[in-house]
Design a protein around this ligand. Structure first.
Ligand code: AQP
Length: 343
């Protein structure tokens, strides 16, 4: 039997490079691996966990699907659907009976969101990881292509799977992160990760070359020259190694991450050499980097324009995907109800 994969992105705004590199790239890789059966959703219920505008949410539920299709998700290979069309919320309730409030309150992601939206410390926000567990366990998925920010939530999903298996005799696999090379894309501000809701942090998949240049222009740089710092690296066998690392300032370190992701290790090493010799000209670096990013996004944007002309096709994909996803979830829910004594 094929192993199952589940992933999703919140319908809370335009997709950015973090979503693309941390999640969508992994979704594509597994979709194209015949050993896996892939389920990819728009997390519209999760969008209710933070303040939102109703019309925007309605629009974003479809926009994320258009981004998925533009990036190469293929309804012939993957089930593409909207979370609210399936029955994840019902399963989340059953799963919530094996998690304590304290466990959820201590999660770093919960604390961060409460800090970001102090007026919106809702039950839905606290329950976010339980709903995410339901998303995954509904399909008995093994692999979850998500970025590093979701690791604490995956740990909750594994704990819930274990408890449901021990207490009720379910056979949920313990899901694992499927990691991409862009599993942590930093914010352009130099602080934390790239996020939809943090202005100045992101580059979206629909940005023009001019916008990308403008956004990169805002990244803080330094004099262009730096030094090599001696460091200590401890490997998995706990052996210690001396390392030489170029010490970049916050903003330049972000630029270097992007150089590695879009131009490769070799270009990054050339900048390392320049930084500790003649110096880097950041205007040239940013222009070259903007071109490399745009080169990756241009085909997606072209495909997106085509899809915008075929909205009936997009809605058909959503409709068909919803039916397929629901059929799988119904089976899991029947089993859970029976094992929990509700049938
Ligand atoms: N910076 C990132 N680097 C790598 N992966 C990332 N992801 C998000 N940001 C990065 C991954 O994208 C997927 C979908 O994210 P989401 O929209 O469901 O969750 P999110 O964390 O709410 O995304 P944002 O952009 O941070 O939105 P806001 O600001 O609204 O909270 C996940 O797999 C996530 O790991």
């Amino acid at each position: 039997m094929k192993k199952r994969v589940l992933s999703g992105i919140r319908a809370s705004g335009r997709l950015h490079l973090g979503n693309y590199l941390g999640a969508v790239k992994g979704m594509l890789e597994l979709q194209n691996n015949p050993e896996y059966e892939t389920f990819y959703m728009v997390a519209d219920l999760h969008a209710l966990t933070t303040p939102h505008d109703i019309d925007e949410l309605r629009k974003n539920r479809r926009e994320v699907v258009i981004d998925y299709l533009a990036a190469g998700l293929d309804p012939e290979k993957s089930v593409i659907f909207q979370q609210a069309d399936s029955l994840h919320a019902e399963l989340a309730f059953y799963l919530s009976s094996v998690v304590t409030v304290a466990r959820l309150q201590h999660l770093p992601t919960y604390k961060e969101k409460v800090k970001q939206y102090p007026e919106h410390s809702t039950m839905a926000l606290l329950n976010y990881p339980v709903l995410m567990s339901a998303d995954i366990l509904a399909y008995k998925a093994h692999a979850v292509p998500v970025g590093d920010d979701q690791i604490p939530h995956l740990e909750v999903a594994r704990e819930i799977a274990r408890k449901m298996n021990e207490q009720y005799g379910m056979d949920f696999p313990e899901p694992e992160q499927f990691k991409t090379t862009g599993h942590y894309v930093p914010s352009l501000t130099g602080q934390g990760k790239m996020s939809k809701s943090v202005e100045g942090s992101f580059i979206t998949l629909t940005d023009t070359i001019e916008t990308i240049k403008k956004r990169l222009a805002g990244v803080a740089t330094d004099s262009g020259k730096g030094y090599i710092e001696k460091g200590l690296y401890i490997d998995q066998q706990f052996s210690r190694h001396e390392t030489d690392a170029v010490s970049y300032s916050d903003g330049v370190s972000v630029l270097m991450d992007f150089v590695t992701l879009f131009q490769g290790n070799h270009r990054k090493e050339e900048y390392d050499t320049l930084y500790t010799s003649t110096g880097i000209r950041y205007s040239d670096l940013k222009n070259e980097l903007a071109d490399a990013i745009y080169k990756e996004l241009e085909p997606l944007q072209e495909k997106r324009r085509e899809l915008e002309e075929k909205i009936e096709y997009v809605d058909e994909v959503i409709h068909e995907g919803g039916k397929k996803a629901r059929a799988v979830v119904e089976e899991t829910i029947l089993e859970v109800r029976e094992k929990m004594g509700l049938k």
